[in-house]
Ligand binder design. Sequence first.
Ligand SMILES: Cc1cc2nc3c(=O)[nH]c(=O)nc-3n(C[C@H](O)[C@H](O)[C@H](O)COP(=O)(O)OP(=O)(O)OC[C@H]3O[C@@H](n4cnc5c(N)ncnc54)[C@H](O)[C@@H]3O)c2cc1C
Length: 314
Amino acid sequence: MYDVIIIGAGAAGTTAAIYAARRALKTLVISKDIGGQAALTSHIENYPGVDLTGGIDLMMKFKTQAEKFGATFVFDQVNEVKKEGDKFLIKTSHEGYESTAVILAFGLTPRDLGAAGEDKFRGRGVSYCATCDGPLYKNKITAVVGGGNSALDAALLLAKIASQVYLIHRGEAFRGEEILISQVKANEKIEIIFNSEVKEVKGDKIIGSIIVKDKQNAEREIKVNGVFVEIGHEVKADLIRNLVKLNEKNEIVINANCETSEPGIFAAGDVTDMVYKQIVISAGEGAKAALSAYSYIQKKSGKGAAGIDWGTKK
Ligand SMILES: Cc1cc2nc3c(=O)[nH]c(=O)nc-3n(C[C@H](O)[C@H](O)[C@H](O)COP(=O)(O)OP(=O)(O)OC[C@H]3O[C@@H](n4cnc5c(N)ncnc54)[C@H](O)[C@@H]3O)c2cc1C
């Protein structure tokens, strides 16, 4: 039985873990990875106090700091959150856990392509992170799907590694920064395919080709070894859909103290309805969510709410 279980180890979840552990709460963080989205970028220049850093380095510091104060991390996927009486039951792919309070910090997940065969080849040629998986495609044929900065970035990155990159966008113009667009257009390894969508991902055990359909419904089969889906991120809220109030974008509605509509459940970071999605904001909300969780647990046992957190524990 934990005092608080935090779902997600991005900026929000790891900061919540620092604050919860410093309040001597028995704290468990369950996450599919460490660092979340911040770990996907090698250039962070706007985190206060840190001039320029790689995302993984910054996020590992958050985690180490949380562990220093006693938080435990488990790598797993949470599939169910249930309230039973006074406690919460959290089911992962491998275990079941119980806690008095829960902090939802599971951020944003890459949007699915929605093509036939996508699920079958997920992780076997269909990837959602060029930075993570790109190096596996040395001298291979790849396709990137999307028309914004992430897709342009991914295409440029892959052009340095792969033998050929198809950049497939359903619109007739890119939405990204001009400088990236001109670099993509000037790159001989990148073939741009506008006004088209990937209809199907085909293969045997691993991906072999994609079927691309244009606006006139003309289809073309392209031989590829990998497809990178770069069409944005979204909140995957099925986990908590019946527990807490969501807005029309599936974001978790919170108040200024990171409380959700369900007592005992708090939320922080990109998963919430806060407009600005940034590392420093997720971290700040993680801190608030942990202090609110602490107050909730204190009140349940008839004690005082959380004050501010400063000073060093001796
Ligand atoms: C490429 C890129 C570059 C960026 N650059 C910057 C930048 O320079 N500066 C800046 O301030 N912001 C930047 N951002 C935005 C910033 O990264 C995010 O706003 C911030 O990291 C969000 O943190 P979070 O903890 O709220 O969520 P996330 O980072 O999304 O973390 C969510 C965590 O939850 C885990 N998770 C999800 N579902 C489950 C589940 N069911 N079970 C268990 N775990 C789960 C995930 O694995 C992840 O660890 C960038 C984002 C991207 C994608």
